[in-house]
Design a protein around this ligand. Structure first.
Ligand code: ADP
Ligand code: MG
Length: 249
């Protein structure tokens, strides 16, 4: 079956200040696919996530990014989000004075989704139940005093509530214990089932991948994609590490 193209990255190079971090990246992600990006620390994985979502710190110096048939590399971050992109941060920030519940509700409203308060609260509670988050968290300031695992779950909660068409999860599984990892994988599966969502999962931890069906795995070394294959590449990395690809550079 021919799948519908969702995201296309063509010959993309990205710099922070004067330093080129990503070199000539090519990548195609179709609707409903799950892609995994692995690579050593500092390889540029988060940089690619930020470049996709349009963080202005990361300048596209050449190449193109297409999303749903539209060229987006000149669009600001919020417009890409309105088009259906979502990025879960490696290090989620705390927002004092804004509760988790009101944060998600206003994000929904910005996307033109207005739910009555009772209906919203019910949906939020149901989704928090899936992720095993205590309902008291809804009325706590976003990420303030949350443990590492709770912050990551709060990110997945936002994804499930916002229902993006493309979600980039940057190390969403780091710092999670075994049970939390399972819960987060369940949440991710729920997202996939709900709307044929596409995923770009940046991770070091292959445990989360055991519960997900992965279509493609990419390896990044020193700002370049050096290998793309199917899910079996994950086992190869587990057994042999990244050194084999670093030598090829
Ligand atoms: P990864 O996510 O694969 O660990 P990053 O994308 O975070 O890698 O980093 C890639 C490279 O870009 C590293 O050399 C890092 O030091 C550099 N880098 C990342 N963010 C910044 C920043 N805000 N300012 C300067 N350099 C940065
Ligand atoms: Mg990173």
């Amino acid at each position: 079956m021919q799948r519908e193209e969702l995201l296309r990255i063509k010959n993309l190079s990205v710099s922070i200040g004067d330093v080129e971090i990503l070199h000539d990246i090519n990548l195609v992600i179709n609707k409903g696919e799950t892609h995994v990006l692995m690579g050593p620390n500092g390889a540029g994985k988060s940089t690619l996530g930020y470049a996709m979502i349009g963080n202005p710190l990361y300048q596209v110096t050449s190449g193109e990014i297409w999303f749903k048939g539209q060229r987006i590399d000149d669009l600001p971050c919020y417009k890409r989000a309105l088009e259906g992109m979502f990025l879960s941060f490696q290090n989620p920030i705390e927002i004092p004075g804004i509760t988790l519940s009101s944060f998600i509700r206003s994000a929904l409203e910005q996307r033109g989704i207005k739910l009555r308060l009772m209906q919203y609260k019910k949906e939020l509670k149901n989704t928090m139940d899936i992720l095993n988050i205590d309902e008291s968290y809804a009325d706590r300031d976003l990420n303030k005093g949350f443990s590492g695992g709770e912050k990551k779950k709060a990110e997945v909660l936002q994804m499930l509530m916002l229902n993006p068409s493309f979600a980039i999860l940057d190390e969403t599984d780091s710092g999670l214990d075994v049970d939390a990892t399972k819960t987060v994988s369940l949440g991710i599966e729920e997202y996939r089932k709900k709307n044929d969502g596409s995923l770009f999962i940046i991770t070091h931890n292959t445990k989360i991948l055991q519960a997900l069906s992965v279509d493609y795995t990419h390896i990044m070394v020193d700002g370049s994609l050096v290998k793309t294959s199917d899910a079996s590449l994950i086992d190869d990395i587990n057994a042999n590490g990244f050194a084999q690809y670093e030598k090829d550079q």
